[in-house]
Design a protein around this ligand. Structure first.
Ligand code: GAL
Length: 678
């Protein structure tokens, strides 16, 4: 699979029929009567909505019986939107197969790892490899694209919905066949598969592809390489489905085609680096995750990652929420100003389209307590007032089109790395890849440093610093990119359990951290993870946790050492001169303050300015720029007033600011500055 490593011909403007930014939403008119539709469209205009996603879950309405299409409802809604000058993001409607289809073909229902099938009654109840599902879905797409492919209201095609959200992995016999085909294409002969999977271990040697199964539930651990390949296969199968729908659409329409990604902490099944090139517009769905310690940091990471998928160009936030969702253990409302702040958080990081799920709050179904632009209370609500204010701000922010986010630092992140790093039977079950990525990213967030999130192997030219958290799995050529970057004068910071295995999940021998040993000038012969809650004193007065290892210096110098226990006096953090650059290594989990201090030192050494200092903790600082202007985004995530010294025109309040300016608790400032200064 491709890994999005080509240089970046970034989209500088999304288009989609607007001259400014897109302000949009999902709309499910099939949940309402036609009288409500007209009111909805009038209110959309009042809110400044200019793009509406429809027909995302429309299948059972559009095709009420096999092969019998009824587009009358969609015709009316599209016409109403068109008359109001609102563009349509047209769903293909294939995400949720109708009951007649699963009744006719129960064999298309997905099977989980223990061999039981899942029943219909929810959504996305299909096996991604099912030919029956595929042929019915494509027939629907064909009929829809034939009908609306040339309609002037349609601006964008929305394939399915969040492909793989619920059904990323299917373990049925049809999937097993498809997996074997995928493996044949990858390995050509069964001996190569045996070599790649290390089947000499536990007598797992295959004599034919026909013996291979998906990693169904076993009594012991499953072969990790088999699991890793099944992860790759499952991501590829869903991408293949996207391609099949897109191909049908393109026969009838020249409009851009996309699907909504789920770059989020709780979704890990899709390797979007390998999907990105298939998208005409990169679109993401993002919901604040209150199960995390710092949801706003994860929001920023997701946004930066999505911009990475768009190769630094403009991207679309296809869904987020005005307030609470309905699917977390506790669904927290957004405080006054928080919706605006979250929306601006995405815009700051490159979103030129900001859309919501959904327009009008449902009164039935599992999402009836999910927030919407128009809540159950209607216009007489705080949400509505904030939505209207946000709509007019987004209109003012049209001037951002074509500007780019400023970033001097790259963070290397990969879904494939995550699959491998989080496999079972590792030195400690306490190590979770994304937590390590978020920790380092969070320190950069705190320092107000612009970050690009890049795929392993992506070109690093132009960055001052590259941060490499737990890059457990790395291909030789991808490790070489980091090596060359440092040799040519760059600065890298690599953390423990990096460079350990190749793409087969086979360990690199001769000392850890395998692929990065030479770059880092260290040699480690053993992992020493810490017991639950265990910490170790470090020479700078801070403490390390979760992981430790005996780091032997092979060219590097010790920056911090362990100060107790079996590693007392041995290096914990090191620095190595490699060619013209510097490579830092961190062999334990640092405390937040120590991590920030270390990063500040690394950035200082590389000449990167930290941008957050004037505002203080909990204040997010991001910059977008074009030839003439720089826009400074200041987002106060705290409950106290903070101050900053940025002068210019403040776009939220729409007035000039100069000198020391107060930013209210939870407040947002977007300050336009002239770049043509002497
Ligand atoms: C998304 C999905 C929407 C809606 C939303 C609720 O995952 O695409 O259809 O379910 O979540 O938060």
């Amino acid at each position: 699979m491709d890994t999005n490593t080509l240089p970046a011909p970034a989209t500088t403007a999304l288009g989609l029929g607007t001259t400014g930014l897109v302000f949009g939403c999902d709309y499910n008119p099939e949940q309402w009567t036609p009288e409500v539709w007209a009111e909805d469209v009038a209110l959309m205009r009042e809110a400044g909505v200019n793009l509406v996603a429809i027909n995302v879950f429309g299948w059972s309405h559009v095709e009420p019986r096999p092969g019998e299409y009824d587009f009358s409802g969609l015709d009316t809604v599209i016409e109403l939107l068109h008359q109001a000058g609102i563009g349509v993001n047209l769903g293909t409607g294939t995400a949720s197969p109708p009951p007649w289809l699963t009744t006719l073909h129960p064999e298309m229902l997905p099977m989980v790892a223990d061999g039981t099938r899942r029943f219909p009654g929810g959504r996305q109840g299909f096996c991604p490899s099912s030919p029956v599902y595929r042929s019915h879905a494509l027939a629907l797409v064909r009929a829809t694209a034939e009908r609306y492919g040339q309609h002037p209201a349609v601006r964008l095609w929305h394939v399915s919905n969040e492909l793989g959200c619920h059904n990323a992995y299917c373990f049925c016999d049809v999937s097993a066949d498809a997996f074997r085909d995928w493996l044949r294409a990858r390995y050509a002969d069964v001996d190569s598969l045996n070599a790649a999977w290390g089947t000499a271990f536990w007598s797992q040697r295959y004599s034919a592809f026909d013996e291979v199964l998906p990693p169904r539930a076993t009594l012991s651990f499953v072969n990790p390489a088999q699991t890793l390949d099944f992860d790759r296969f499952s991501s590829d199968q869903l991408l293949d489905h996207h391609r099949a729908e897109a191909e049908v659409i393109r026969q009838h329409s020249a409009l851009p085609v996309t699907t909504n990604f789920m770059v989020a902490a709780h979704i890990t099944a899709l390797d979007y680096w390998s999907w990105a090139d298939d998208m005409d517009v990169i679109a993401n769905d993002h919901y604040l995750d209150h199960r995390l310690d710092r949801p706003e940091v994860e929001l920023a990471f997701a946004a930066d990652t999505t911009r990475g998928l768009a190769r630094g160009g403009a991207w679309m936030l296809m869904e987020h929420s005005t307030g609470a969702v309905n699917w977390q253990p506790r669904n927290l409302a957004k405080a006054p100003g928080q919706m605006l702040r979250n929306t601006v958080g995405h815009i700051a990081r490159g979103a030129d389209a900001v859309c919501f799920f959904q327009w009008r709050a449902s009164v039935q179904g599992t999402e009836k307590f999910h927030s919407a632009l128009l809540p159950h209370a209607g216009r007489d609500s705080r949400t509505w007032d904030e939505v209207v204010a946000l709509g007019s701000l987004v209109e003012r922010l049209g001037e951002l089109r074509g500007s780019r986010v400023v970033a001097d630092v790259a963070v290397v992140f990969g879904w494939e790395v995550q699959w491998a790093a989080d496999l079972e039977a590792h030195p400690t079950g306490d190590l979770r890849y994304l937590e390590q990525v978020h920790a380092l990213y969070g320190a950069l967030w705190d320092l107000g440093v612009g970050v690009d999130v890049v795929a392993p192997g992506a070109p690093l030219d132009g960055y001052a610093v590259v941060v490499v958290p737990e890059l457990y799995l790395v291909r030789d050529e991808h490790a070489a990119v980091i090596d060359r970057f440092v040799a040519a004068g760059g600065t890298a910071l690599v953390t423990f359990f990096s460079g350990i295995v190749d793409e087969r999940d086979a360990v690199r021998t001769g000392g850890y951290p395998g692929a990065f040993r030479h770059l880092l000038g260290v040699h480690v012969d053993e992992f020493m993870p810490l017991p639950v809650g265990g910490t170790l004193a470090l020479s700078d007065g801070s403490r390390g946790s979760l992981w430790s290892e005996p780091v032997a210096l092979r060219g590097a110098e010790a920056v911090t050492t362990y100060a107790e226990g079996p590693l007392d006096g041995m290096p914990a953090v090191t620095r190595n001169t490699h060619g013209g650059g510097t490579a830092w290594y961190v062999s334990t989990v640092l405390e937040d303050d120590a991590r920030r201090a270390l990063l500040r030192r690394v950035l200082d050494g590389a000449g990167v300015r930290a941008g957050a200092a004037p505002a203080g903790d909990g204040v997010e600082v991001v910059r977008r720029r074009d030839d003439d202007h720089e826009w400074v985004f200041l987002l106060n995530h705290t409950d106290r007033t903070v101050h900053h010294d940025e002068s210019g025109h403040e776009l939220v309040g729409d007035h000039p600011v100069a000198g020391r300016t107060a930013l209210a608790p939870g407040g947002t400032h977007i300050i336009r500055q002239d770049r043509k200064r002497s």
